[in-house]
Design a protein around this ligand. Structure first.
Ligand code: FMN
Length: 424
């Protein structure tokens, strides 16, 4: 297993000395302004959304999550033009000829009575595989994008079988294009596990440790490991990935799901020639689950990995700046969006930036680091909640205004004593 020491840490494609590192002490510290509402004034400077993650400088923390929004040159170029902080391309493997997609491959869940066609889309299931485009084509497009957008962050998402030589070849080939970092898809829940890829690796910590060791011995750019939520304790694979040399973890990929059964045809959705297969669930409905997983990983990282610059990318159901702020408040450095782009288009990033800035102005935060991780310390155990509540009730009783008993009324203070027990 090849674990990098902090002096060997891969920082973008530059050396550690070239790029100022984020001070580790700032990472999860609680800024003194927390809890104060600061009135935005005319003279207040615009909040700074830029982030520097594992040495990768981004204009904002909003990253296109691997999937259809990063599937070819045209759409990735569009993402850069609209202002996304970084783009993670659709996952590639060495041999795309083995990747055969079906249609329909999506099914949606709407809010409202019986999934009314007018209800808001809250859940999205897909049975889409990784990229079915030839690797050579994708690599050519990565290269072209890096020539046209040298200062923007392009991240390759990769997946392979349990084969050291295949991983090494794939890493070599994507790195040759000039991409800035690699995200490892250890998390696709459908299709690929049949070939022992994706979630099949991410759910097996022994396998994950070995494969991460191969990857990190080879890669020269930062590596993020993308976690599957389809596991009892997501902190276990996250810990293994970081201990095995990955610079960051991303969470979550989609949640294994069955969207529903058509009550007329009695067939499951999405229905391909009368049959279906469980797929991956995303969009608004997964946001609370993603927050819980990111919170668990962030707590683990805070207690076990504090001295090195590790990063965390929050993913799942982001459609507003507020959704993104929640991930950052839990410790995420960046926030990925996939289904949100499929529903609202690439221009969504402008709303996300505006809404995140509005949130920051409301609280007087001038940078992302000002509030990253500050809500993490407000999570505790249920036993501790009970203790805190008992103490608080006792304290409230002790300072309760008004008379404790009728025997306490006095003649002189009668009016004041009456007022002390009025509620309005
Ligand atoms: C249609 C579709 C295809 C996806 N393909 C990939 C993929 O190729 N690689 C990957 O790592 N994640 C893939 N994902 C997962 C997303 O990147 C993301 O982790 C997940 O959808 C949750 O985020 P969201 O609610 O913003 O979509 C895909 C998601 C969807 C909806």
């Amino acid at each position: 297993m090849a674990t990098l020491g902090s002096s060997q840490l891969r920082v973008g494609r530059a050396s550690v000395t070239e790029v100022p590192a984020i001070k580790p002490a700032r990472r999860f510290s609680i800024p003194s302004r927390v809890g104060f509402r600061v009135q935005a004034s005319e003279s207040q400077q615009e909040p700074d959304l830029s982030v520097c993650v594992n040495g990768l400088k981004m204009p904002n923390p909003f990253v296109i999550g691997s999937g259809p929004p990063g599937t070819n040159y045209t759409v990735m170029k569009r993402a850069f033009d609209e202002g996304w902080g970084a783009v993670i391309a659709k996952t590639v493997s060495l041999d795309a000829s083995q990747v055969i997609n079906v249609t329909p491959r999506y099914a949606r869940l709407r809010a409202g009575v019986n999934g009314s066609a007018k209800g808001q889309i809250i859940g999205w299931e897909n049975i889409e595989l990784i990229s079915d485009r030839p690797l050579e084509t994708m690599l050519k497009e990565f290269k072209q994008l890096k020539v046209e957008y040298p200062d923007r962050i392009l991240i390759a998402s990769i997946m392979e079988e349990y084969d050291k030589a295949a991983w090494e070849e794939l890493i070599d080939r994507v790195e040759e294009t000039g991409i800035d970092a690699i995200e490892i898809n250890f998390s696709c829940p459908h299709g690929m596990p049949e070939r022992k890829m994706g979630a099949a690796m991410g759910q097996d910590c022994g396998l994950l440790e070995e494969v991460c060791g191969w990857i990190n011995a080879k890669a020269t750019v930062p590596v993020w490991a993308k976690m599957t939520p389809n596991i009892t304790d997501i902190t276990e694979p996250a810990r293994v990935a970081l201990r095995s040399g990955c610079e960051g973890v991303s969470a979550i990929n989609t949640i294994m799901s069955v969207m529903g059964i058509n009550l007329d045809t009695l067939r499951p959705e999405p229905c391909v020639e009368g049959y279906s297969t469980p797929g991956g669930y995303s969009s608004k409905a997964v946001h609370p689950i993603a927050l819980a997983k990111v919170m668990n990983i962030a707590k683990m990282m805070k207690s076990e990995f504090s001295e090195k610059e590790y990063s965390l990318s929050g993913i799942g159901g982001v459609e507003t700046g507020g959704d993104a702020a929640e991930f950052i408040l839990l410790g995420a450095n960046t926030v990925q969006v996939c289904t949100g782009v499929m529903m609202h288009g690439y221009g969504l990033v402008k709303d996300l930036c505006k809404e995140l800035k509005d949130f920051m102005k409301k609280h007087g935060f001038s940078s992302i680091e000002d509030f990253r991780g500050v809500s993490l310390d407000y999570f505790t155990t249920h036993t501790d909640l009970v203790r805190r509540q008992k103490e608080a009730i006792e304290l409230r009783k002790a300072i309760r205004k008004g008379l404790q008993s009728d025997k306490d009324w006095t003649g002189d203070g009668f009016v004041k004593e009456s007022e002390s027990m009025v509620s309005n």
